[in-house]
Design a protein around this ligand. Structure first.
Ligand code: GDP
Length: 370
């Protein structure tokens, strides 16, 4: 077996593309209470301008501190984070935001490392963020694993931030969207948002990126890869990864199949015609062509104004999403609603009240609470 063939886990009959590895529980880095208190004291908050000036100068430490505030659920942190975001907003937007998805094992981190190194070798700055739906459950998440993207992690032009771990997908996605703003203000002109292509997270990623790249494997059928038609339809480019060793021929065949498949999808509003390419992230082959596609997309959509239109649509989408999320939380967190919810739920279960009447009653009660 050649060196690269060892990496073709998809050829193993046991391979199930849908496996999401559970993360490793991380031990506490500090287990001494007095040291913990000392560290907490040290982590005192700075004035808004200090974060903002640091970010605008491209200071990674201050950027990271600000992102930590964005991710925090403490009211005090959130307030400060919102002020920082507001100040950074006029300096944001100058980037291309690329969503990268694919099942675990497809080679996302290897690919991001290869493409990322290509960009940094050209002197371009790159931020890699992640939306990982599993991180809430497992704490230490697959996308947060520090051993991934080792080369890129030590590259001064790259900033890698694992997925925020707490909260609903909507909450995690919102935090990532706000982090994009901070990264752009810090001069990162390329933003990659990585997600595992098994759930709803790619819809969230799609709603905050300009270009959507789907990584796939040859040989493993769509079903096995858990890739839904809807996700393929969202893709601006499909890249068949691991086109190396004894997989080259299969990758070429898959390319033709997927090309035929995406041909049948409705035309995109962007006027962009999605393409299918093959690559080997491991051998760094075909990576430049993929970036070339993204550059062509940028040229086309900036020319026909779709680029700006889509970003505007995304901005209003997130405004409404945030309102909905907040309203929902306010409603369900209200002590009186909490108490009544159980009672009415029991009525509904006992056929004493219809679901709609019960919902109406609770909403009515809530509107009078204010
Ligand atoms: P992720 O879970 O999608 O991030 O996938 P990884 O990047 O961790 O890759 C999973 C496995 O596939 C690793 O063993 C990689 O070395 C291997 N791999 C990634 N890209 C390629 C490739 O282009 N060719 C081959 N042969 N193996 C690859």
């Amino acid at each position: 077996m050649s060196e690269t063939d060892k990496h073709h886990i998809e050829n193993d009959p046991q391979f199930k593309g849908l496996n999401v590895n559970s993360g490793v529980e991380q031990p506490e880095t500090v287990n001494n209470d007095s040291v913990k208190r000392f560290l907490q004291k040290k982590r005192k908050l700075l004035p808004v301008e200090e974060y903002v000036n640091g970010i605008l100068k491209g200071d990674i430490t201050l950027l990271s501190k600000a992102v930590t505030l964005v991710e925090s659920s403490k009211a005090e942190h959130q307030q400060l984070a919102q002020q920082i975001i507001k100040a950074c907003l006029p300096h944001s937007g100058n980037s291309v935001r690329v969503g990268i998805t694919g099942v675990p094992g497809v080679g996302k981190s290897t690919f991001i490392e290869a493409l990322g190194k290509l960009l940094t070798s050209r002197g371009e700055k790159l931020a890699v963020l992640a939306i990982d739906p599993s991180s809430e459950r497992t704490k230490g998440s697959i996308l947060g694993d520090k051993t991934r993207m080792e080369e890129l992690a030590s590259d001064k032009l790259a900033y890698i931030r694992p997925s925020p771990s707490a909260g609903s997908l909507g909450g995690v996605a919102r935090k990532t969207r706000e982090t994009i703003i901070l990264c752009e203000a810090a001069g990162y002109t390329n933003i990659f948002i990585e997600t595992v292509g098994v759930g709803q997270s790619e819809t969230a990623v799609h709603s905050m990126t300009d270009f959507f790249l789907l990584l796939m494997l040859a040989g493993a059928g769509d079903e096995l890869q858990g890739i839904k038609r809807g996700i393929m339809e969202m893709a601006d480019l499909i890249a068949i990864n691991k086109a190396d060793g004894n997989n080259v021929e299969k990758a070429e065949m898959a390319k033709v199949q997927y090309k035929n498949a995406i041909h049948l999808f409705p035309k995109k509003d962007s006027d962009w015609e999605p393409n299918v390419l093959s690559c080997s992230a491991y051998n760094k082959v075909g990576i430049e062509d993929i970036w070339g596609q993204i550059e062509n997309y940028k040229k086309l959509t900036k020319g026909n104004d779709y680029f700006v239109r889509k970003r505007n649509e995304q901005a209003t989408y997130w405004m409404h999403e945030t309102i909905q999320e907040q309203l929902k939380r306010n409603f369900y967190d209200h002590p009186e609603i909490k108490a009544q919810l159980q009672v009415l739920e029991n009525y509904v279960l006992a056929d004493k009240m219809s679901s709609f009447v019960a919902a109406g009653e609770l909403l009515d009660r809530y509107s009078k609470l204010k």
